[in-house]
Design a protein around this ligand. Structure first.
Ligand SMILES: [Zn+2]
Length: 272
């Protein structure tokens, strides 16, 4: 699944190509990708100019001259931006025909990705975005409020960070990296974390996500190569998919937590 840095890279690349372009027509071959009525989505989005592309956590937000739509890539969603006479391609579910002779194509092998029309004033005040916690690389936040939320959690910190409602934008790769950098075992229960531990997690999240964005994300499976971008953060991974800890040379533990493969170093990371 693309995480915050990879979605940010997609946003940056799409923004360069799409600002000021008008979506003339939409073809959709798998209507479940669109939340709600496809007919209504088309009527709201067709003949609108794209004025900006924003992002919150793992959501892309296409701002139109009137209204907006959210796009979540989930497991395998990808965008391609190609001239109209491109070769036929597999797994294309939505085509946005643009007014400059190009198409924006949405491909998704697993078909889990979703798009949803929103009025601009309801983007952040309605689900899904209203249910998300602060972004994991936010510049400012209310640490006391986060500590308070965490203190009720009986789940492991790995599950809490994947859940997105306290901190949003991290997925399986970056959660493992953030907990390693924080020295905290993924098996630690949320309620056992003190303010100083949560501060360590927030500091590590910001540092790791910002560094990953700089390096155009992590390419383990590729989410951005459809747009011609190959990320470089995979060369900096300390625990995820590794066999030896880069910090202490101990063997990395590979376990399942909440059904997700989890890598951690039992020497560097303490269970609190
Ligand atoms: Zn270690």
């Amino acid at each position: 699944m693309p995480e915050l840095p990879e979605v940010e890279v997609v946003r940056q690349v799409l923004k360069q190509s799409l600002i000021g372009k008008t979506i003339l027509k939409i073809d959709c071959f798998y209507s479940n990708i669109i939340e709600g009525s496809l007919k209504e989505f088309k009527s709201k989005v067709e003949n609108k100019k794209i004025t900006d592309i924003k992002r919150y956590a793992k959501y892309l937000i296409f701002i139109l001259e009137e209204g907006a739509f959210l796009s979540h890539l989930r497991m395998e969603g990808k965008y391609f931006y190609l001239p109209k006479n491109h070769e036929p391609m597999k797994h294309i579910h939505v085509i946005f025909h643009l007014d400059n002779g190009y198409d924006l194509l949405y491909a998704d092998v697993r078909k889990f990705g979703r798009m949803e029309y929103k009025r601009v004033e309801e983007i952040y005040s309605t689900p899904p975005l209203s249910k998300l916690g602060i972004e994991a690389n936010a510049k400012s936040y209310d640490i006391k409020a986060i500590v308070q939320k965490m203190s009720h959690k009986n789940k492991t910190i790995k599950e809490i960070l994947l859940d997105q409602t306290i901190l949003s934008g991290l997925g399986n790769i970056y959660v493992d990296e953030v907990l390693h950098a924080s020295g905290i075992s993924p098996l630690t229960k949320g309620r056992n974390l003190k303010e100083k531990d949560i501060q360590k997690i927030l500091d590590a999240s910001k540092e790791i996500l910002d560094h990953a964005i700089e390096l155009k994300g992590t390419t383990i499976r590729s989410y951005t190569s459809s747009l011609g971008v190959i990320g470089g953060y995979q060369n900096f991974l300390q625990v995820h998919t590794q066999s030896i800890c880069k910090k202490c040379n101990s063997k990395i533990q590979k376990i399942k937590i909440g059904g997700r493969t989890t890598y951690y170093c039992s020497n560097c990371q303490r269970e609190l």
